[in-house]
Design a protein around this ligand. Structure first.
Ligand code: ATP
Length: 352
């Protein structure tokens, strides 16, 4: 990779009997926004802690710009962390919170003044230096925590679920702000979340994790459109995952009917699972469709109707439809060949 800043090779972490990380390999490029996404306990925070130097890896190598840093103490790394609870000092005002690290390093007063004001400007808190922490909103406290991290001019900023304490509206606003800030600063962000919507909205690249492993790495559109297995398809967005069988290179059988699909690179007869996203399903008349479902519930969401339905063998189908239907009605479902995503069946089961 051209501008690799961080490289993990064969990184394991064991806590007693628990393997928190199993053979983690990845490279991070300079200036990109990365997200570690996965359910609670999958190892996201452990990766951040190893990167920051707060925890040692049990095995493997961590490199920063080509140099091994396994034994480099946290305060010598060009990496700063923004914690979930912000960890601000309540007895210091905004300016002193941001200045804290620099003062500790005995930086000259004039330099501290310049750097803190610049950091506050970057997070759009110019003029807030004299405020007490208790006088700030959640979003403003969040920005002070970020200012305190970027004032040290890190090359990598680690953010551990920094938006989880905010209400839904502020959270959406901060997602946009954080993304813009990362682009302004041009430094590498490694962001941890278990919220897939947040990951899709903010990242250049997402690492989907489960049980100490990275299952898939890719940009948000690839991860959404081409999930590698059942776990990823189910975790990212909403999906209908139906069992099927390959017929030929561009043909898959679902529920006894053949459908065209993109080439999935699998052998004829191979068992597969297909992923169909609710927004790609269109309700049609029964005559025009091979697939028929019965509507169980219908909820109006403003822009769409959210329809829960089932087919003849009991698969549940979620459909986002612009057209209304009736509970109890039988309807046809239509979708385009490019909207079927085929995954190998079997491997996916091991990922739970
Ligand atoms: P969350 O989203 O809940 O913060 P996470 O994905 O960040 O979860 P980690 O905190 O990295 O997960 O934990 C990974 C695994 O390692 C979990 O099984 C956890 O219980 C275990 N673990 C983490 N820290 C320790 C520790 N200090 N001692 C023992 N086990 C630990």
């Amino acid at each position: 990779m051209a501008n690799t800043i961080i490289k993990f090779s064969g990184v394991n972490k064991r806590y007693g009997e628990t393997m928190a990380l199993k053979q983690i390999d990845f490279e991070l490029e300079q200036g990109k926004f990365y997200t570690l996404l996965g359910p609670s306990g999958c190892g996201k925070t452990t990766i951040l802690r190893i990167l920051a130097g707060f925890t040692d890896a049990s095995a493997g190598t961590i490199e920063f710009k080509g140099k091994k840093i396994n034994d480099l103490p946290a305060n010598k790394r060009k990496v700063n962390t923004v914690f979930q609870d912000y960890a601000l000092f309540p007895h210091l005002n905004v300016f002193d919170n941001v200045a804290f690290g620099l003062a500790l390093k005995k930086t000259a007063k004039k330099v501290i003044q310049e750097k803190v004001l610049e950091a506050l400007r970057l997070v759009q808190l110019s003029g807030f230096g004299d405020r007490e922490i208790s006088e700030l909103s959640g979003g403003q406290q969040q920005r002070v925590a970020i200012a305190r991290a970027i004032v040290n001019e890190p090359e990598v900023l680690l953010l551990d679920e920094p938006l989880s304490a905010l209400d839904a509206k502020l959270r959406t606003q901060m997602q946009v702000e954080l993304r813009q800030l990362q682009q302004r600063l041009g430094i590498t962000f490694v962001f941890v979340t278990h919220d897939q919507g947040e990951a899709l909205a903010m990242s250049d690249e997402i690492f989907v994790m489960n049980d100490g492993e990275i299952l898939q790495q890719g940009d948000p559109v690839d991860i959404y459109d081409e999930p590698i297995n059942h776990f990823v398809a189910d975790f990212i967005g909403e999906s209908n995952i139906i069992k099927g069988r390959m017929i030929a290179d561009y043909q898959v059988e679902i529920l006894g009917h053949q459908f065209e699909c993109a080439d999935a690179g699998m052998r004829p007869n191979e068992p597969v699972e297909v992923v169909l996203r609710p927004e790609d399903l269109v309700l049609t008349s029964l005559e025009k469709s091979k697939l028929t479902v019965t509507v169980d519930t219908q909820v109006f969401r403003g822009d769409i109707y959210e329809i829960m339905s089932h087919d003849a063998v009991g698969n549940e189908w979620l459909i986002h439809s612009v057209r209304k239907s009736e509970v109890g009605q039988q309807v046809g479902i239509y979708f385009e060949p490019e909207d079927i995503h085929v995954m190998r069946f079997g491997e996916s089961e091991e990922d739970f």
